[in-house]
Write a protein that binds this ligand. Structure first.
Ligand code: AMP
Ligand code: ZN
Length: 113
């Protein structure tokens, strides 16, 4: 997936501010933060989005949700945070590589749509 922005970030071809990395997961700061803390957590393997999650690749999604609290603790988000994944154009997905936004660092507005 040489044309995928987030695959290229994982490969180090495009710079990012890494906050976490292991064998299967990568996390980095969003370039256009919507909250004081705004981090993107992604599988290293290319999955196009929520609709691309299958029985064959969902283990990494479970792992991402193990990693998210570790990142939240490291980022001092003890007051809480939001995890968001936009799926498809109506949700505003702009990068077709599965990603989970971690948003926090202030009380967040409650609107969901
Ligand atoms: P979404 O709109 O849910 O697909 O989220 C994509 C996110 O990727 C947006 O919040 C962008 O600000 C972020 N983004 C785009 N390019 C980069 C980049 N090079 N480094 C870090 N974040 C990026
Ligand atoms: Zn990709």
């Amino acid at each position: 997936m040489n044309d995928c922005l987030f695959c290229r970030i994982v490969a180090g071809e495009i710079p990012s501010t890494k906050v976490y990395e292991d064998e299967t997961v990568f996390a980095f700061r969003d370039i256009n933060p919507q909250a004081p803390t705004h981090i993107l957590v992604i599988p290293k393997a290319h999955i196009p989005g929520c609709n691309g999650v299958t029985a064959g690749n969902s283990a990494v999604v479970a792992h991402i949700f193990e990693v998210i609290p570790q990142i939240a603790a490291a980022e001092n988000l003890a007051g809480g945070y939001r995890v968001v994944s936009n799926c498809g154009p109506d949700a505003g997905q702009t990068v077709p590589h599965l990603h989970f936004h971690i948003l926090g660092g202030k009380p967040l507005a409650l609107e969901m749509a």
